[in-house]
Design a protein. Structure first.
Length: 487
């Protein structure tokens, strides 16, 4: 069997020129493989879902996919794409140690750029399948840059895997176009909302839970292989495009929320992210275009709004849909989260956007929802379809548009809600989220009972608000034509 080189990869920001780096790295390593007559397969595990980058989950999925479809490699090289080994360093890739070992590869140049400590974390390291299994791979829930290598280091030591350090037989050339120091890179990633902001807390949790959240649990987290390309040659190149499960879907479904922030939620400005939201909650009134004061009679709670805000921001939601706008409370939370995430163009060059479906916005609601979005300076993140959801949603399906999140808060009749949820699932990409409000309402509650027993394509997540349920789409609908479970 050949050995495996795996590249965790995403290309969300064109200015970083990741596609160029990947192409250059593959060409460089292919040349070295042919020159040394090594037997190797390269696998690119590309994240196409717009969540923050999840390096650990990509590595786990890539290795699992290779073992399932191609067999067991002699050893594994986990490789970042922005560094190139020289010939001397590459020859070290061909010298695996014992079965339960790991070798982090560093060089003087590499250390100068990234300031690595001597632990199991590195941009390139060699391991074996038995060692990777024993450490349970990487955690699946480290979203954003930072922390997963430290967690892997702790797992490796806990599993008593022997770590051998490379003895400087070669060096690396960095192809990072930004040529940043470790400190400046952290500042850049923080400014772009790309860092893992809970890294210290999560590392401590992982020290206790590492056996329950990693390589062995990868099949339970709801990812999908969107495409697989296999290019035969010397070496063979496999390219997986992967839609990952969203932030918050931990293995085993154990999610912890800081519930203390919801104390006195109606007056707590910390969970009311702009002045328009705060004024609505404080005054319990809204103002129409003519300056008339209207009683604030319909809208989500601050706890529910903060849940939407967090989902959008942490999962880098680029295209969202809501059914029902009313005075615009949910739209304000969602659009504000998009703005606070930087509002950067998505991979395809399109800005983040929420589309509201509300046929009564300018009649029953006096256009106040649209006015509030405008008053908050968020109009660039918002669009509206002033038609019934029974007309608008099928038209969106027909257009081929796919959404990252759908919020259902329209008519609360059983049949209307079921139609909204059905089309929401059709409109979501795999890995996308559907959030359903007012789940205690009798009509909505009956829909919940139906989808919990009959919708195999979605999986319920834990939600801090008891009146709102959140689901992730884990697969496309493949139920048999006569499938039914009584509910």
């Amino acid at each position: 069997m050949p050995f495996l080189i795996i590249f965790p990869y995403a290309d969300f920001r064109p200015e970083e020129k990741r596609a160029d780096q990947l192409k250059k790295c593959i060409h460089h390593l292919s040349t070295l493989i042919r020159e040394t007559r090594a037997k190797a397969v390269m696998l690119v595990a590309e994240q196409v879902s717009p969540n923050k980058f999840n390096r650990g989950q990509l590595i786990n999925i890539g290795i699992k996919h290779f073992l399932t479809g191609f067999g067991t490699p002699t050893h594994i090289i986990i490789h970042d794409i922005d560094i190139l080994p020289d010939a001397a360093m590459f020859r070290e890739y061909l010298k695996p140690r014992d079965a339960y070992s790991l070798i982090p590869f560093n060089s003087p140049i590499h250390k100068k750029i990234y300031e690595f400590k001597l632990n199991a974390g590195a941009a390139v390291y060699m391991t074996t399948v038995p060692a990777f299994r024993a450490a349970n791979g990487f955690p699946n829930d480290f979203w954003g840059w930072g922390g997963e290598d430290d967690a892997f280091d702790a797992r490796t030591k806990a599993a008593k895997i022997k770590i051998h350090f490379n003895s400087q037989h070669g060096t690396y050339i960095s192809t990072d176009v930004q040529r940043q120091s470790h400190k400046s890179k952290k500042e850049y990633l923080h400014g772009q909302n790309l860092r893992n902001m809970k890294v210290y807390e999560m590392r401590e949790v992982d020290r206790r839970e590492w056996k329950n959240n990693g390589f062995a649990q990868i099949e339970n987290i709801g990812y999908q292989v969107e495409t697989e390309t296999v290019k035969s040659g010397d070496p063979t190149l496999i390219h997986l495009r992967l839609a990952l499960a969203p932030v918050g879907l931990h293995s085993g479904g154990s999610i912890k929320f800081n519930m203390t922030i919801f104390k006195d939620q109606w007056t707590n400005a910390a969970i009311q992210p702009n002045a328009i939201i705060r004024n609505m909650y404080k005054s319990r009134a809204v103002i129409d275009a003519q300056g008339n004061e209207i009683k604030y009679s319909s809208g989500i709670s601050p706890q529910e709004g903060w849940h939407l805000y967090t989902l959008v921001k942490e999962n880098n939601i680029r295209l969202a849909l809501e059914v029902g706008m009313a005075f615009g409370t949910s739209a304000l939370y969602i659009c504000q989260a998009m703005a606070d995430s930087g509002g950067k163009p998505a991979a395809e060059g399109k800005p983040a956007k929420l589309i509201s479906v509300d046929p009564f916005q300018r009649t029953q609601w006096k256009g106040v929802g649209l006015l509030n979005v405008e008053r908050a300076g968020l109009s660039q993140y918002h669009g509206i379809i002033e038609k019934s959801s029974t007309i608008a949603l099928p038209a969106l399906v027909d257009s081929g548009k796919k959404f990252d999140m759908v919020f259902v808060d329209g008519m609360h009749l059983f049949d209307y809600t079921l139609i909204d949820v059905f089309y929401a699932c059709e409109l979501l990409r795999v890995g996308g989220l559907v959030v359903i409000d007012d789940v205690r309402h009798k009509g909505v509650a009956k829909v919940i009972r139906y989808i919990d027993s009959n919708y195999k394509m979605i999986k319920k997540l834990k939600t801090p608000a008891s009146t709102m349920f959140t689901y992730v789409k884990v697969a496309d609908d493949d139920r048999a034509w006569d499938f039914h479970v009584d509910f």
